[in-house]
Design a protein around this ligand. Structure first.
Ligand code: ADP
Length: 307
């Protein structure tokens, strides 16, 4: 593991006097690499509270990791293969709707619109699956470049405008003056902004309020997205970033979610050195806050872009 890992490990055990549980890449005596799930606990002296011993328990999880990776690769491959036929269905539905193959009547138009919407939903789902697997396999690229976050936010807002208007939401945006451009991956940052704003819009009933703001802090730019929507039940708040998780209060209202958005957002933010937090009260609303360090994202080589 890298040196930072061991620094953190020893700080936690020796100074904080807390147990640590983590996956560790290790090597056997014969040099072979393996992955262990290790739990290391300090044993404290009952008189002076000093660390006397450590107890370490280690389980070899190499096989599990391999199986897990194979499954993720399968999802990645399958979703990649699904994209081509889905695009074709989308194009042809669009052409039929445009009357390219002859005039269509009202009923045909209605059916074709359903096909087109269903197709778009499938494309979104397949993209979310592909992104998730690329994050998990670590094959995705982080390509930081000087980015104007205000410009990016405005673009995302424009994209959400039809849904905002359709739900008659009161929308407000505010941007701190003199926001510096920072070096982030614009595609990844867009995924973050887009998911948080579309969630706020999706999970706020008609007539509610949604607010997006960008603020400048000492070491970071913070994005906050606030809504007066359904909120997240207290008992389920700790699961909100888990893969495929959707809270009970919205499942019945909106059947269209994937439960992958926040998982993606959190992975992107954490892998690029930022932080995400939220506060929510059921029936009153939610606020998500993301801090992106002014120092920007670290570049990461890889083979695939997230989309
Ligand atoms: P999806 O929106 O596709 O269901 P997400 O991963 O984006 O998936 O969100 C996971 C869950 O978190 C949602 O299903 C919902 O229960 C909850 N959630 C996220 N954002 C909000 C919000 N702004 N207001 C209320 N609930 C939210």
């Amino acid at each position: 593991m890298d040196i930072d890992f061991y620094k953190k490990l020893w700080k936690r055990i020796k100074i904080d006097k807390q147990a640590i549980r983590s996956e560790i890449n290790n090597r056997r005596k014969n040099g072979e690499a393996y992955v262990a799930m290790a739990t290391i606990s300090p044993i404290l002296d009952k008189d002076n509270g000093e660390v006397k011993f450590f107890v370490g328990i280690e389980k070899d999880v190499t096989k599990e990791k391999q199986v897990d990776k194979a499954k993720t690769e399968f999802v990645s491959l399958a979703s990649h293969q699904l994209r081509t036929p889905l695009s074709a269905i989308g194009w042809y539905a669009e052409m039929l709707l445009d009357g390219d193959a002859g005039k269509i009547n009202k009923e045909q138009k209605l059916y074709l619109e359903e096909i087109y919407r269903g197709n778009q939903r499938m494309v979104e789902l397949v993209n979310a699956l592909l992104n998730t697997s690329r994050l998990e396999l670590g094959t995705f690229i982080i390509e930081p470049q000087e980015t104007d976050l205000k410009f990016l936010a405005e673009d995302v807002i424009k994209e959400q405008q039809p849904s905002i208007s359709a739900k008659k939401l009161l929308f407000k945006s505010s941007f701190a003056k003199n926001l510096p451009k920072i070096k982030v991956d614009p595609k990844l940052t867009r995924i973050v902004f887009q998911n948080l704003l579309s969630n706020a819009v999706k999970y706020t009933p008609e007539g509610g309020r949604v607010e997006l703001s960008l603020n400048l802090e000492k070491t970071a730019i913070s994005l906050s997205v606030k809504d007066t929507g359904y909120g997240i039940p207290k008992a389920q708040q700790d699961k909100i970033f888990e893969k495929l998780f959707r809270a009970d209060n919205v499942k019945a209202l909106d059947t269209e979610g994937t439960g992958l958005g926040l998982y993606l957002v959190k992975s992107i933010i954490e892998k690029s050195g930022g932080r995400i937090s939220f506060e929510s009260e059921e029936g009153r609303g939610t606020i998500f806050e993301v801090k992106i360090p002014l120092s920007g994202m670290k570049a990461k080589a890889g083979t695939k872009q997230l989309s």
